[in-house]
Design a protein around this ligand. Structure first.
Ligand code: AMP
Ligand code: P6P
Length: 344
């Protein structure tokens, strides 16, 4: 018996197929940046271009990260960086990529990097922005295929555009940041940033090479049950911090620590939690760097409803005294950070 296929069914199948393949891809980062620029009638487009330059470098680095095991680029170069840390080839490649993208993009007059001792003058002396960057954070995870990241801060120069930029142009309190963000090279690659209002997350669509808005207006839960700390330093920590860690354990909270700040930060931003890197015997001032790690994430967490402190002060209020200065760092859900501070 011939089973008549109703035209309605056939039409429905065709219609669904078209809808599936013609579905909108969402808001690209480029379009989002342009929309936000439109909210500032006086904007010249310089910040927009700078954000695009950072995204371009992130996409190029992402390609290298995704192929590291095939290219051997996760290997060490056999030297230490200015931090006294073993430098991987990809550390140098990522640093080079960001410098080249920012220098060619023309919107940055100076760059500070974890991988370089001094301020890099870009030659774009007319540009009004400077960038502080950790090109590849947690790079020791690269060889074992665990998430790593890049972190950036953007400052407006203090000197006028016809002067030579100086360190004072970038050595500003974190509260002076114009924008900040990170790239997470994880199970997917995300770029998360804020220009002082909301925090927005974009996921890279590899088939298009486009970052697509996937996490608009990100907010950290006020309370969480995840604590991130390297407990190997437990007996170096102050009594108050040990007490707080014990408190987390008594509450049966989850311990999650990847060894990559960006990955731990992002998970806690999404789910609620606290990240702690206290002073230790090997790092009496803490390990994490104020200028290109802590300030950027503190800028983001406050706009996502969280708290960031060095145990005594709001991170964004700290006047920098050295380009590579380290601070103890506690950041995350407000109720958890305040609980820690009540003990510290
Ligand atoms: P500009 O003239 O491009 O340097 O922009 C001047 C100021 O306008 C910036 O410092 C921001 O405060 C704001 N602005 C410009 N473009 C954007 C953008 N794409 N997203 C968010 N804020 C922007
Ligand atoms: P530890 C990576 O080297 C890093 O700077 C951060 O990404 C990470 O949170 C921290 O250091 C890990 O340090 O001493 O726990 O290995």
């Amino acid at each position: 018996m011939l089973v008549r296929t109703s035209m309605n069914t056939k039409e429905a199948i065709i219609k669904n197929n078209i809808e599936k393949h013609a579905a909108p891809i969402g808001t690209t980062l480029d379009r989002f940046i342009a929309q936000k620029q439109g909210e500032f009638s006086y904007a010249t487009g310089e910040l927009s271009q700078l954000l695009r330059d950072i995204a371009l470098a992130a996409k190029i680095i992402n390609r290298e990260v995704n192929r590291a095991g095939l290219t051997g680029i996760e290997g060490s170069i056999g030297e230490e960086n200015v931090q006294g840390e073993n430098q991987l080839m990809l550390d140098v490649v990522a640093d080079t990529r960001f410098h080249r993208a920012l220098i060619k993009g023309g919107q940055t007059c100076g760059i500070v990097s974890e991988e370089r001792e001094n301020l890099t003058l870009t030659g774009n002396s007319h540009a009004k922005y400077l960038v502080a960057i950790d090109p590849l954070d947690g790079s020791s995870n690269l060889g074992i295929n665990i998430s790593i990241g890049s972190i950036f801060s953007i400052y407006r120069r203090k000197t006028s555009t016809n002067e030579v930029p100086t360190l004072e142009d970038v050595m500003q309190k974190g509260s002076e940041q114009v924008a900040a963000g990170y790239v997470l090279y994880g199970s997917s690659t995300m770029l998360v940033y804020s220009t002082g209002y909301d925090v927005h997350g974009f996921t890279l669509e590899p088939s298009l090479g486009e970052f697509i808005l996937s996490h608009p207006s990100m907010k950290i839960p006020e309370e969480g049950t995840i604590f991130s700390v390297n407990e190997g330093g437990y007996y170096d920590f102050s009594e108050g911090i040990r007490e707080y860690i014990d408190h987390c354990k008594k509450q049966r909270f989850k311990a999650r620590y990847t060894g990559a700040l960006v990955a731990d930060f992002h998970r806690n931003l999404m789910k609620g939690g606290i990240f702690m890197y206290p002073a230790t015997a090997s790092h009496p001032n803490g390990k994490l760097r104020l200028m290109y790690e802590c300030n950027a994430l503190s800028f983001l967490i406050e706009r996502a409803g969280g708290i960031a402190t060095n145990g005594k002060r709001r991170v964004l209020d700290i006047e920098p005294t050295d380009l590579h200065q380290r601070i103890p760092f506690f950041i995350g859900s407000p109720k958890m950070v305040n609980e820690l501070l009540s003990r510290a």
